[in-house]
Design a binder for this molecule. Structure first.
Ligand code: PLP
Length: 398
């Protein structure tokens, strides 16, 4: 079944779609989604096998191509996002890699925002040139820089907004318009916002990618990823790339991610409420040089975030006046918040990007992205905000 063939009423609102979207019950009438742990499928005859491969029959042939549980996850996420189609992948990086490389070839040009997650930056900065793809990085918040970079024909533009870990906000509608003038597609990594807080396709983007490992699972259990776009891109451009390179999502992980989608809205609501309280607390502390959170009036793109997001998200970044020593002092002084490079989890997690997620970048590249040695990225969980604030108070005063 194609992703956009759903039997759900079109009138369902997003919260209903998150719980029931894409559900296709088997003859056992189960309440929860069925888990099809199978790598392959069998045929009643040789002719049926032949017709399954020549396209006469639309059916499952191999779980690298399609699996019923994975397809339920794809349909549900597509319904939440408002996308015509979705393809799931084994991780967020598999989604980013496939979404970019399936459409790029030697001689093409990609333009990306400078502030990116380390592995996304690696794909564009290191991998693309190896295949003869020209790349250019732009200061994401500078619209004049986008106009200059997109004055030349460009195949693809990649942005993260809010960006990891600097929480920079990029004007999706404006960059989409410039990308289309340059003849390209805009790919948005929507990990920090989640489908609950931002809809890049509705703002003009062409492709959305997720690390489903983050808020979609949100409970530290599994890796996963997804690419959402129109049916032509998913079937004709991305489809053959996934089928033949094989970054398929495990059916078990798809099942976990379906359960994650059911509670995503509730969790994101609590994440956002807690993060705003934590950000305001940090802003009032003398040890903190600056707090980066789109919900704070002090955030440089607060007004833009209010326009294009429906909430401020779960991630707060903050710079300590005492640099790396102060950052390590805080990390080691925490009792409740865990030191971890993951994010979007129910548990609050904190990391030092300079030495972890962005370690492999040169000091110059890190500084150009806005990552200093005193910067910490806090993924605020869904615990009681008072306990989180008490823990940060403890860490700041050691
Ligand atoms: C913004 C962003 N994009 C992509 C990824 C990659 O996701 P995964 O770890 O699931 O491969 C991450 C992971 O941290 C991320 O933060």
């Amino acid at each position: 079944m194609a992703n956009d063939e759903t039997t759900n009423p079109k009138s369902w609102r997003v919260r209903t779609r998150a719980v029931r979207g894409g559900l296709n019950r088997t003859g056992f009438h189960e309440t929860s989604e069925a888990l099809f742990m199978t790598s392959g499928y069998v045929y009643d005859s040789a002719l049926e096998a032949e017709h399954s491969f020549d396209g006469t029959l639309d059916r499952m042939v191999y779980s690298r191509f399609k699996n019923p549980t994975v397809e339920t996850f794809e349909r549900r996420l597509a319904e939440i996002e408002g996308a015509a189609a979705c393809r799931a992948t084994a991780s967020g990086m598999a989604a980013v890699h496939a979404a970019l490389m399936c459409q790029l070839k030697a001689g093409d040009r990609i333009v990306a925002s400078r502030a990116l997650f380390g592995s996304c930056q690696w794909i564009i900065n290191e991998l693309c040139p190896k295949f003869g793809i020209e790349r250019e990085f732009v200061d994401g918040a500078d619209l004049a820089a986008w106009e200059r970079a997109l004055a030349k024909p460009t195949t693809c533009v990649f942005i993260e907004t809010p960006a990891n870990p600097t929480l920079e906000i990029i004007d999706i509608a404006a960059v989409a318009a410039l990308t289309h003038k340059a003849g390209g597609r805009l790919v948005v990594d929507n990990v920090f916002a989640t489908p609950m807080l931002q809809s890049p396709l509705a703002l003009g983007a062409d492709v959305v990618v997720y690390s489903a490992t983050k808020h979609i699972d949100g409970q530290g259990r599994c890796l996963g990823g997804a690419v959402l776009s129109d049916s032509t891109f998913c079937q004709d451009v991305l489809g053959p790339y996934l089928r033949n390179t094989g970054p398929a999502l495990s059916p078990f992980n798809a099942w976990l991610l379906l359960k994650g989608l059911e509670t995503l809205d509730l969790r994101v609501e609590r994440h956002c409420a807690n993060a705003l309280r934590v950000a305001r607390f940090l802003e009032g502390r003398p040890e903190v040089a600056r707090v980066l959170y789109p919900g704070l009036e002090s955030h440089p793109q607060h007004a833009l975030a209010a326009r294009q997001m429906r909430g401020w998200g779960s991630i707060v970044a903050f710079e300590l006046k005492g640099g790396k020593a102060a950052a390590y002092g805080l990390l080691d002084g925490l009792d409740l918040i865990d030191i971890s490079n993951n994010l979007g989890d129910a548990k609050s997690l904190i990391t030092h990007p300079w030495t972890t997620t962005h370690q492999r970048l040169s000091p110059e590249d890190k500084l150009a992205m806005g990552i200093g040695e005193g910067l910490l990225r806090l993924s605020v969980g869904i615990e009681d905000a008072d306990d989180l604030i008490e823990d940060l108070e403890r860490g700041l005063t050691v």
